[in-house]
Design a protein around this ligand. Structure first.
Ligand code: ADP
Ligand code: MG
Length: 256
């Protein structure tokens, strides 16, 4: 191709932020000539490549921003080790329709039963399907919100969280919280109610949530909001850590 044409084309593509096309149009043109593609087919090939690379970049960026641990994904999660009902639920949840309906996921179970791993794995699947996710342990999230509140920036902090399609709050109730901490947590949940999905893990059944929210009315209000549109994952199984440490697989019957 004419050197001037090449230079000009390259600079236009750069101005249009079509970097993938800029990198590969020459090579694809060569291929198109060999395969006698039409002009439209050539353009289609380039447009497809550009879209694909942007989608992949977006997913990569969203994965980074989500703070999700990469190693906790569905490939590394053994679904045969959880109750059949949960495995079934996961197959449908990974598709992500619950996010569109602003439904919540609540994972309950003993320490080591796989709650964190499972929620993170679903989170990663959702990002790969184009959603945005933010993962935090409950205690860190609450600390961040408290700091924001002290700086009179709670609204702004909540707004920032509200831009994510899904918020994963890991280990709610694990650390005993004082009243101020409980209040920001409640504010966060109330803020997201029917506006965005929340995925929560907890070792505590609802009957013990008064330990988290202190006041019975506040506890009832928090549970009510979370449960209204929700899917509950019951991981009532012995610890995976313990089982693997003992060199054996958990018996599925122990869970059912
Ligand atoms: P929890 O959050 O319920 O305390 P975790 O998700 O942290 O439990 O699981 C404990 C450990 O066991 C983690 O290292 C996790 O990756 C692993 N684990 C738990 N369940 C499974 C599973 N079904 N398949 C593979 N690894 C699992
Ligand atoms: Mg956990």
């Amino acid at each position: 191709m004419d050197k001037d044409v090449e230079k000009l084309l390259s600079s236009y593509l750069k101005e249009l932020f079509l970097n993938t096309i800029r990198e590969c149009y020459g090579e694809v043109a060569h291929q198109a000539r060999q395969e006698s593609l039409s002009y439209q087919e050539y353009l289609l090939e380039l447009a497809e490549k550009e879209c694909l690379s942007r989608r992949n970049n977006r997913i990569e960026r969203n994965l980074r921003e989500s703070k999700l641990p990469r190693d906790k994904n569905l490939d590394t999660f053994d679904l045969t080790q959880v109750p059949g009902k949960v495995a079934h639920q996961v197959r449908s949840l990974r598709e992500g329709a619950f996010v569109d309906h602003k439904e919540n996921i609540l994972a309950f179970g003993n320490p080591g039963s796989g709650k964190t791993h499972l929620l993170c794995a679903i989170g990663q699947e959702l990002i790969r399907k184009g959603r945005t996710v933010y993962f935090a342990t409950c205690s860190l999230l609450v600390q961040d919100l408290l700091k924001a509140k002290e700086a009179l920036e709670l609204r702004r902090a909540l707004k920032k969280l509200s831009k994510y399609d899904v918020l994963i709050i890991d280990d709610i109730g694990y650390v005993q919280q004082d009243r101020a901490e409980m209040e920001v947590l409640f504010t966060l949940l109330a803020d997201r109610y029917e506006r965005g999905s929340v995925m929560i893990s907890s070792n505590l059944p609802f009957s013990k949530w008064e330990r988290i929210f202190k006041d019975p009315m506040v506890t009832a209000a928090a549970i009510d909001r979370l449960v209204h549109h929700s899917v509950i994952l019951e991981l009532n199984i012995p610890s995976y850590r313990m089982a693997t440490a003992q060199g054996k697989k958990r018996l599925k019957t122990a869970a059912n």
